[in-house]
Design a protein around this ligand. Structure first.
Ligand code: NAD
Length: 429
């Protein structure tokens, strides 16, 4: 679990506040109460459909065998095959994989994709492994979970410390076992291997689109709007660039080393060039340096936390001065901070909606692979826009109908969709 701005041990209360599984469970319970879901259905939707733990023996470069532990959790298949990333990290834990799998069920449901949620991981430290060791680990892990994988069963994607090369190895291993090329078994692949145009920018684009829709509700215009973006990677960097192109004034950006700030606006293309060249933002001319911990406290109209979990918490929420928060990262706002923001009337576009652009274009990749026909970037972007705008409208409508925040509206909408389909399908016996 990443925690912002603290390295001291956390007391029990803060540990609970920072626990992503508890954060999701709290929001699930409130949404289920609003929907008046019966206990049986709540139990179905809370419990993962399937959890697989595998041991993964790998021949290391020094010819010794090391055994790693891998997981794949399929939270719910009611809407379709499971969808969700695979991470390689020393702190992978079954509880966390479970929570992330459930999160994916709600995210796919909120944007109306025909997928359930899944997540996987292997406990390992990729920084200490050679490319050959990582390839052998990936292939053996894939072989060990392949009975539950497949374009119609479960479709993984990259996550922490995995990338398009990892997906190419998974696709190849799966294909060799089934004796036919099955590009649709994973998404986030290289373009030459069945990847989709527009996938790299998709999450940032979704952030830009949902920010635009929220701004309309608030009666604000991009050209009068100051934006602070936490993170400069795939989501934050691309999100900031796309918002800059739409006329927003991006006043602050950050990376893991620190934040930069210029209230008159940053030249985002130059900032990203500087970052690519120097490997960090600090030192960028024409901007002040700000410690990461206080970046979210910079006064602005829109705050886009797009880096880490638990960026806005009970500890700093009182100092957050913004009108709108668009959650590019997963879980950047804690449940306790939510309540304060709600009371203060700060609009929050929740992660399961704001960053769903990525999984939406992953869905497009899966569709294109199954058709064997690839779309232009314009087609990808315009279909992404249609889906994100429709999802925003639907969540906004549900939030108004139940008189709740957009976050609860998103959970109610997502859970209701899965519950409705579950009732239609019935309980298989
Ligand atoms: P990334 O690795 O490309 O970028 C992360 C950025 O955050 C980097 O610029 C890094 O320097 C910065 N950072 C790290 N610690 C920081 C700190 N304490 N303060 C400020 N900046 C810090 O990762 P990403 O793909 O952009 O993902 C960011 C978040 O978005 C994660 O929560 C991820 O789960 C979520 N997300 C990503 C996608 C996607 O498609 N990439 C989709 C959905 C959700």
């Amino acid at each position: 679990m990443s925690t912002q701005a603290t390295s001291a041990p956390l007391d029990k209360e803060l540990q609970d506040e920072f626990n992503p599984f508890l954060a999701m469970a709290k929001r699930f319970d409130i949404a289920a109460d609003h929907l008046d879901l019966d206990q049986g259905l709540r139990d179905v939707l809370r419990t993962p459909d399937r959890e697989l733990t595998v041991s993964v023996p790998v021949l290391m470069d020094d010819k010794r065998i090391r055994v790693y532990t891998g997981y794949r959790v399929q939270h719910n298949f009611v809407l379709g095959p499971c969808k969700g990333g695979i991470r390689f990290a020393p702190d992978v834990h079954l509880d966390e994989v479970r929570a992330l799998a459930a999160w994916m069920t709600w995210k796919c449901s909120v944007v109306g994709l025909p997928f359930g949620g899944g997540k996987g991981g292997v406990i390992c430290d990729p920084r200490e492994m050679s490319a050959g060791e990582l390839e052998r680990l990936t292939r053996r892990y894939t072989a060990n979970i392949m009975d539950i994988l497949g374009p119609d069963r479960d479709v993984p994607a990259p996550d922490v410390n995995t990338n398009d090369q990892t997906m190419a190895w998974i696709m190849d291993t799966y294909s060799m076992h089934v004796r036919s090329t099955q590009t649709a078994v994973v998404t986030g692949k290289p373009l030459s291997l069945g990847g989709s145009l527009g996938r790299r920018e998709a999450t940032g684009r979704g952030v830009m689109l949902t920010a635009r829709e929220a701004l309309k509700r608030l009666g604000m215009r991009p050209e009068d709007t100051k934006v602070v973006v936490q993170g400069s990677g795939n989501v934050g960097g691309i999100g900031a660039m796309l918002m800059h192109r739409e006329g927003y004034t991006i006043t602050s950006m950050s990376d893991q080393y620190g934040a930069i700030h210029n209230d008159k606006g940053l030249d985002v293309p130059k900032v990203l060039e500087f970052l690519a060249e120097k490997g960090r933002l600090t030192g960028f001319p024409d901007a002040d340096e700000v410690p990461n911990a206080s970046q979210v406290e910079i006064e602005c109209d829109v705050l886009v936390p797009a880096a880490v979990e638990n960026a806005i918490t009970s500890r700093n929420v009182d100092r957050v001065k913004t009108k709108l928060i668009v959650e590019g990262a997963n879980g950047p706002t804690t449940y306790q901070a939510d309540k304060v923001l709600d009371e203060r009337g700060v609009m929050v576009v929740p992660d399961i909606l704001a960053n769903a652009g990525g999984v939406t274009v992953s869905y497009f990749e899966w569709v294109q692979d199954r058709m064997g026909y690839f779309w232009t970037e314009e087609v990808v972007n315009s279909r992404l826009e249609q889906i994100m705008v429709r999802a925003f409208d639907e969540v906004d409508e549900v939030a108004k109908r139940y008189d709740v925040s957009l976050r609860l509206g998103a959970y109610i909408h997502a859970i209701d969709r899965v519950a409705t389909v579950y009732r239609l399908r019935g309980t298989f016996a």
